[in-house]
Design a protein around this ligand. Structure first.
Ligand SMILES: O=C(O)C(=O)C[C@]1(C(=O)O)C=C[C@@H](O)C=C1
Length: 392
């Protein structure tokens, strides 16, 4: 989920510069602050807002992104951005890419997403972005090489916004990383729990600590914030003595807050799964397990098509690791009320399936996908729109 505090004015979508030396990601961005701000200004200049208020980069009416590289002075000349041949790096297992990759994540330094980026690509330059969509755009515009974004949490469930963005952008899943999420309650030095009237954090973090906060007697107002570390930064920057933030211990260090309580997540095994995204797909290693992700829709009413699709997996002994459905934007159902006013309701769905299978069976299965939907699904009314394969 990507939500801003109701009481806070929405901030413009932008890639954030590192704020200070203390607040830099583990591996510094190789620009000066001034250079970085010029880059941000350039990407913002290419960003327009569509009717729904979501940012777009030179998008057409279908929200298809077109990189505006010529506008970005700091980027390499356009000619070097033409598609390049796959190199050995592209073919190696994704988590080993490592050295000096620029990796976009959503949030500010100290966010769990920054830790996930560092876990996925240990010597990367982590690039903070205000919104998930900006992280997608940063990769599409070659400002970053990869994006690392959360898709689900063991307590809070799926992060639907990123499922939707995966369909609207042309990036490939090239890996995944799981991050144990250990939350702390942070406040200004000297503040006692009894003084608190408000707890702020990312909505997922608030949900993950709900029971523990209540058990601690903190039945105070909760407020949603863009990300956990931004909440911590806000408490520190605004000198709020009545407000605590839920964030990481690293955020406490970065923003000079004290840890009032440690490990406040409702489940000790709280884990968030992040996907690693790139412009080019990878060929996964055959000596390691790997996952395939597909997205499909069907144009028939009723549940039997879904049943047939699922049976295609069952008959081949292919394990599904995740199934998710999202409203189909292009096929809304039109409802008419008593006053004969029509509204679009999204009760038709896109289905996302992740599956894991031995290499041979997986190749066979993907072959069927590539062959066309008929064979793959045993039903000609199913359309597969996306697929990615990665090593886990
Ligand atoms: O706010 C952060 O620190 C994030 O990285 C975001 C996020 C999320 O989107 O779910 C990531 C992991 C945690 O589950 C809580 C929040």
């Amino acid at each position: 989920m990507e939500t801003a505090a109701a009481s806070l004015a929405p901030r413009p979508a932008q890639i954030r510069p590192p704020r200070s030396t203390a607040a830099r990601p583990p591996c510094a961005i190789p620009f000066s602050r001034a250079d970085w701000q010029t880059t941000c200004a350039a990407i913002l200049a290419t960003t327009s807002t569509n009717a729904n208020g979501s940012p777009r980069v030179n998008g057409d009416s279908n929200n298809n992104m077109k990189p505006a590289l010529a506008d970005l002075d700091l980027l390499p000349p356009v000619s070097s951005n033409l598609p390049r041949p796959l190199s050995i790096t592209d073919l190696s297992p994704a988590p080993m890419h490592g050295s000096q990759l620029r990796v976009a994540y959503q949030g500010v330094p100290g966010a769990y997403s920054e830790a996930a980026a560092a876990k996925a690509y240990p010597s990367c330059d982590a690039i903070p972005c205000d919104h998930f969509e900006v992280a997608f755009q940063a990769v599409e515009l070659w400002i970053a090489d990869r994006a690392v974004l959360p898709v689900e949490n063991s307590l809070g469930g799926s992060i639907h916004r990123n499922y939707d963005l995966l369909l609207r952008h042309r990036l490939h899943i090239v890996g995944e990383v799981q991050l144990p999420v250990h939350h702390c309650l942070l406040a200004l030095p000297g503040v006692r729990r009894e003084l608190l009237t408000r707890v702020i954090s990312h909505p997922q973090a608030l949900a993950q600590c709900e029971l523990t906060l209540n058990a601690m007697g903190l039945n105070v107002a909760r407020e949603a914030f863009d990300d956990t570390a931004a909440a911590a930064e806000h408490v520190a920057a605004a000198g709020l003595r009545d407000t605590a933030a839920i964030a990481s211990a690293r955020a406490a260090d970065l923003y000079g807050l004290q840890v009032l309580a440690d490990g406040i997540q409702d489940d000790a095994g709280n884990v968030t799964r992040f996907v690693m995204l790139a412009r080019e797909p990878i060929i996964p290693r055959t000596d390691r397990p790997f996952k395939t992700s597909i997205v499909f829709a069907h144009d028939r009413e009723g549940t039997s098509v879904l049943f047939k699709v699922l049976s295609a997996f069952a008959f081949r002994d292919i394990s599904l690791t995740k199934i998710e459905s999202r409203p189909h934007r292009h096929r809304p159902i039109r409802l008419v009320d008593d006053a004969n006013v029509g509204t679009a309701k999204h009760f038709e769905y896109m289905f996302y399936i992740d599956f894991q299978a031995p290499w041979r069976r997986n190749v066979f299965f993907l072959g069927l996908v590539a062959d066309g939907a008929n064979e793959f699904t045993l039903d000609r009314n199913v359309i597969v729109t996306e697929s990615s394969v990665w090593t886990v």
